[in-house]
Write a protein that binds this ligand. Structure first.
Ligand code: ATP
Length: 333
């Protein structure tokens, strides 16, 4: 077969494009995902994430360009691709009127898996996703988190080489989110599997080996979470104090940093927030009510790479000019 490039990649796209009539959902996508990698596809609403998954799973035909998944071309060999991939969609597709086990077995039948193998595989996956105690329960009684885990189990019944997850933790509470990731990590310890997931959340990128940020129809940034965060910037330390203006001024004077005074307190960028916190508390000229360290947000990533932020965040202002103009700290707007 005429491959796009060298072997070894689990997913490879070149100039992949999709239009819906006049709407250009994806302009030109070039990505390479190695076998065994967890690859995050990050972007705002409408960036083309679901469209990309649909093309890679052969549910949508590309308008132009090439894509290979698990060594098969999505247009020329769609059946090969389908046998080698598992998919979990944003919307639940589990059958509420069947039990967890029946959902898995039904899927296995569609793939022509023998009963014996189906039983063995279902046992393994129900255990892996901590669903064994619910195997006989009707899926209609499941929470969103349980359903998502069942759908992941179902997508793995036919031993796919590549697992596509479209917003795997959307709509889940923090505990359920963490569980999903625990199970995915356990899965990767058990077998070599490539995971391609879409997400809005930069936090999810922490679980990925590499991520691509997609916007405006193509990839605008790509790398490991560490690389992207390093490029985006440093930790952000948020402080609330008895007098935020005084605190901001003392941070600037004592630490040579550039604090910003905002509606909820002071925030300051630092290379290592955790290391700065005790020093800030010890040196603060005013009592500190609360202090928190956060990582760069999706806003920060977009601002960095596109020069525009996602609309709506609280407005912060650089404190240097107002502080020197108004030593009482109130500053002008
Ligand atoms: N069937 C369709 N017909 C016309 N336009 C579509 C269709 N499906 C998607 N689009 C458009 O294509 C673009 C990409 O949509 P897509 O759903 O792939 O983005 P997404 O990144 O997955 O968004 P979200 O994060 O909201 O799921 C959007 O502008 C969307 O409105």
């Amino acid at each position: 077969m005429n491959m796009i490039g060298g072997g070894g990649a689990a997913i490879r796209t070149r100039g992949l494009r999709k239009t819906y009539g006049a709407v250009e959902a994806l302009r030109s996508l070039d990505i390479t995902v190695d076998a065994g990698e967890t690859f995050g596809f990050l972007g705002p609403n409408g960036a083309g994430k679901s469209t990309t998954i649909a093309m890679l799973c052969t549910l949508l035909r590309p308008t132009a360009g090439r894509a290979e998944v698990a060594g098969a071309d999505v247009v020329r060999a769609p059946h090969d691709v389908r046998r080698r991939v598992g998919v979990v969609f944003q919307e639940s597709t589990a059958d509420n009127d069947l039990t967890a086990e029946e959902n898995l077995r039904f899927h296995a039948e569609l793939y022509g898996i023998s009963r014996r193998e189906s039983r063995r595989r279902a046992d393994f996956l129900l255990d892996l996703l901590a669903l064994s105690s619910r195997r006989k329960a009707l899926v209609g009684t499941f929470s969103t988190g349980l359903k998502r885990r069942l759908e992941i189990a179902r997508s793995l019944m036919h031993r796919p080489e590549v697992l596509f997850l479209d917003e795997p933790t959307a709509g889940l509470d923090p505990h359920s989110r963490a569980l999903v990731w625990d199970h995915l990590h356990r899965l990767q310890q058990q077998q070599v599997i490539t995971i391609f997931l879409t997400t809005h959340y930069l936090e999810e990128a922490e679980h990925c080996h590499r991520i691509a940020v997609v916007d405006g129809g193509g990839v605008i940034a790509e790398g490991s979470p560490q690389q992207l965060k390093a490029e985006v910037g440093s930790d952000v330390v948020h402080l609330q104090t008895a007098d935020n203006a005084v605190a901001a001024r003392s941070i600037r004077d004592r630490f040579g940093l550039n604090p910003a005074l905002g509606p909820d307190g002071v925030r300051v960028h630092a290379a290592n927030g955790a290391e700065l916190v005790p020093r800030l508390c010890a040196a603060s000229a005013v009592p500190v009510h609360s202090i928190m360290v956060t990582r760069p947000s999706l806003d920060d990533v977009f601002l960095h790479y596109t020069g525009r932020g996602v609309p709506g965040p609280p407005r912060w202002r650089d404190e240097r000019a107002p502080l020197s103009a108004a030593p009482d700290g109130k500053g002008s707007k």
